[in-house]
Design a protein around this ligand. Structure first.
Ligand code: NA7
Length: 550
């Protein structure tokens, strides 16, 4: 590879470096995409990465308590059998720094770093119809021309920074959880405010409360939390898993959500109180996503069934939180269980029993009105703070793609095309944007699955597709508008059979003011397994629904 990474010419008109493909992002997906295109297909490829290291999500999200909510033995690459055997995870759920170490190890093992341009943010991604090539420009003045662009930018990487009045006037320190200082934050003796109670805050709050002098939690919507039950994994279990990895990998690929989990195949309404209580106790005791993703099969479809399951969780909150008023504030009342992302907790509810922790709930105490030089004003009361932690989440799924300045045929902007919500055939390609692939993009299972499973599936599908193009001397592949519209209708039809649209979740785009209310990922009736089969069928039928041109 000879591409210069040090182009110092002015950003106005640099001569574009010619490559076969550009990958944007060096997280789980971008790293595997690079390995596949470069090593399997022998293509000239570079990755452009905004961070100064690999890791994506795990490079940026360094807040206290940051760890994965998927079990470590399946939160990893599965394409390399030796790697699966050799790597040892220290706990059931890997912590941020351990996952980052793993990804660093993979980058070195597969010699990826020489082909990654670090510390450069993509500002423009523009298609030229005459040459059938894309030009990708960065904030550092690079210009790369390539036949293919693969956006591997992650689904949760564009942060949601609420536009609070007075945020700039705050005299203490304020940090968003996904832009955490690399040398950490010292909370000793500090009065800390955490805004948000999503999956991130649920991990961070118990950790911060151990160090801070005082912690105020500003909650807009409470969540149903389930214990993670992290800890060391029995070495015998690990040994058995390693001996059985082929079957495990096959299982998760064919599964509903990319885990070794499946729904209980009956209605909760057909059970006796004793029977279901025993099942709930079992799932609660196991910890992890089982309560959410392997509960009774009607949980996502039937409000009455959902109420029965939610009641168990409400009882758990009331039994754990000593102050009944605080417990009531922590109990969700406005949406069905499971329709917002399930946070996994370690002592989250117990934290509210601590004398140094206060909960300020938007609906009962009043919402945040503004940030003052000395704290947060909410419900007419000022809470004095030294540090504010914004655990306010992301402009999920579409945000990272809209940030790339993508312009396709006729100069059409992807951001404008998606003004009323995203449309993408199979969540992989968008009509009018030839040779541009989106790994775990909107309208694919993506965030509704164990991410590495969906990432590997997309990377492998894209690699095969590009291989097909090259072998058949084809210049462009592009989603057909009709196939795309049918897919969007299918995505909507399925989700409308569930309770999911009723929640103000980031899945629905409801966390971002002005964002259209659309369900962003794809919840297939047969999960990631069925979706994988569909993608394979499309390819086997000569890329049905795509236009391929010589
Ligand atoms: P989430 O799940 O979007 O949580 C963000 C939290 O911040 C949530 O409680 C929000 O309340 C709250 N929030 C967002 N904007 C505001 C404003 N303007 N005022 C007050 N409160 C606000 O993000 P996370 O980082 O926790 O998790 C994201 C995903 O990362 C997670 O699901 C995993 O997949 C990994 P809301 O519920 O919207 O009312």
């Amino acid at each position: 590879m000879t591409t210069s990474t040090q182009d110092t010419r002015p950003s106005s008109a640099p001569a574009a470096v010619e490559l076969d493909a550009v990958i944007i992002g060096a997280g789980f997906s971008g790293m595997y995409m690079l390995k596949s295109l470069r090593d399997k297909l022998g293509m000239k490829v570079k990755v452009i990465e905004a961070g100064n290291g690999v890791g994506g999500t795990w490079y940026w999200n360094r807040y206290p308590g940051a760890r994965c909510d998927s079990d470590s033995y399946i939160y990893c690459y599965t394409f390399d059998k030796n790697l699966l055997q050799e790597w040892e995870w220290s706990e059931r759920y890997p912590e941020q720094d351990e996952i980052l170490r793993y990804l660093e190890h993979c980058a070195d093992r597969f010699d990826l770093k020489p082909d990654i341009l670090f510390g450069k943010r993509v500002t423009e991604t523009v298609y030229d119809e005459k040459s059938h090539r894309w030009t990708v420009r960065t904030d550092k003045g690079d210009a790369i021309s390539a036949r293919y662009v693969i956006a591997a930018v992650g689904s949760l990487s564009t942060l949601n920074l609420p536009d609070y009045k007075g945020l700039d006037s705050f005299k203490g320190r304020a940090y968003h959880t996904s832009r955490w200082p690399h040398d950490g934050v010292d909370f000793t003796n500090k009065r800390v405010g955490v805004i948000g109670t999503g999956a991130t805050a649920v991990q961070a709050i118990p950790e911060i409360s151990q160090q801070a002098r005082h912690l105020t939690v500003f909650q807009r919507t409470p969540n149903f939390c389930v214990p993670a039950r992290n800890g060391k994994v029995d070495p015998e279990v690990t040994k058995a898993r390693k001996a059985n990895y082929d079957t495990i990998v096959d299982n998760i690929r064919k599964s509903f959500f990319g885990f070794e989990l499946s729904f209980i195949p009956k209605s909760v309404l057909e059970t006796t109180a004793e029977e279901r209580e025993a099942e709930f106790d079992r799932m609660w005791g196991d910890g992890g996503f089982a309560f959410w993703l392997a509960n009774y099969q009607d949980m996502f479809f039937n409000q009455e069934a959902n109420d029965v399951i939610a009641d168990y969780l409400k009882r758990k909150i009331r039994a754990t939180v000593k102050d009944p008023e605080v417990a009531e504030k922590l109990i969700p009342k406005t949406y069905a269980y499971g329709t917002k992302r399930q946070p996994l907790d370690t002592n989250y509810y117990e934290t509210f029993n601590k004398p140094n922790v206060v909960l300020v709930d938007a609906s009962t105490d009043g919402p945040i009105e503004e940030i003052t030089p000395t704290g947060i004003l909410a419900g007419g009361k000022e809470y004095e703070l030294d540090i504010i932690v914004l655990a306010t989440g992301f402009d999920a799924m579409t945000g990272p793609l809209k940030d790339l300045g993508i312009r396709g045929r006729d100069g059409r902007s992807l951001a404008q095309e998606w003004e009323d919500g995203p449309q993408a055939y199979l969540g992989l390609m968008v009509a009018g944007f030839p040779n541009l692939f989106t790994i775990t993009g909107p309208q694919s299972p993506s965030v509704l699955s164990n991410m590495p499973v969906s990432i590997e599936q997309h990377v492998e599908w894209v690699t095969e597709c590009i291989d097909h193009m090259r072998r058949n001397k084809l210049a462009t592949i592009e989603a057909m508008p009709q196939a795309q519209a049918q897919w969007a209708a299918h995505v909507a039809e399925i989700v409308n059979m569930t309770l999911m649209p009723g929640a103000n979740s980031w899945y629905m785009g409801a966390n971002i003011p002005g964002k259209p209310r659309r369900f962003l990922p794809y919840l297939g009736l047969e999960g990631v397994g069925g979706y994988r089969r569909k993608c394979e069928e499309v390819a086997a039928k000569g890329y049905e629904g795509f236009a391929l041109s010589p």
